[in-house]
Design a binder for this molecule. Structure first.
Ligand code: MN
Length: 129
């Protein structure tokens, strides 16, 4: 079963890097370029995990996380914030907005997959081991 990851990211280069890393590991990665599009896709398309940039045009990642959590079907879905703001309190802010976890940019390509898989249900990430 192919797992699908929705990445809500406005920056092309950030998206392409993550898409490349995920595709190489057999994940399907789909993109939303802003928070509204992310909420729309998450409402209509089954995904296994959401990666969420915090610095987004218009609605920021915190507000996007709150709106995603209002979608009943994905109330328990892992939402992982991905952000370069390494300010004290940002992690707590992301978690209180409904995010499950937090990955700092720039992402580390060698550890990124294991960081993601830590948030996926254990039964679903055994195939590559
Ligand atoms: Mn951004």
């Amino acid at each position: 079963m192919t797992e699908t990851i929705l990445y809500i990211e406005d920056n092309d280069q950030n998206y392409y890097l993550v898409h490349y890393i995920l595709a190489a590991k057999g994940y399907e990665c789909i993109r939303a370029a802003d928070g509204m599009e992310g909420v729309r896709i998450a409402t209509n398309t089954p995904v296994d995990l959401i990666l969420l940039d915090i610095q987004l045009p218009g609605m920021d990642g915190y507000e996007t996380a709150r709106r995603l959590r209002e979608i009943q079907a994905i109330s328990k879905l892992p939402i992982v914030a991905v952000t370069s703001y390494a300010m004290p309190g940002d992690r707590e802010k992301a978690l209180s907005a409904g995010c499950t976890g937090y990955i700092e940019k720039p992402i580390n390509p060698t550890t990124f997959i294991s960081q993601i898989e830590a948030y996926l249900p254990p039964a679903e990430n055994k195939e590559d081991e």
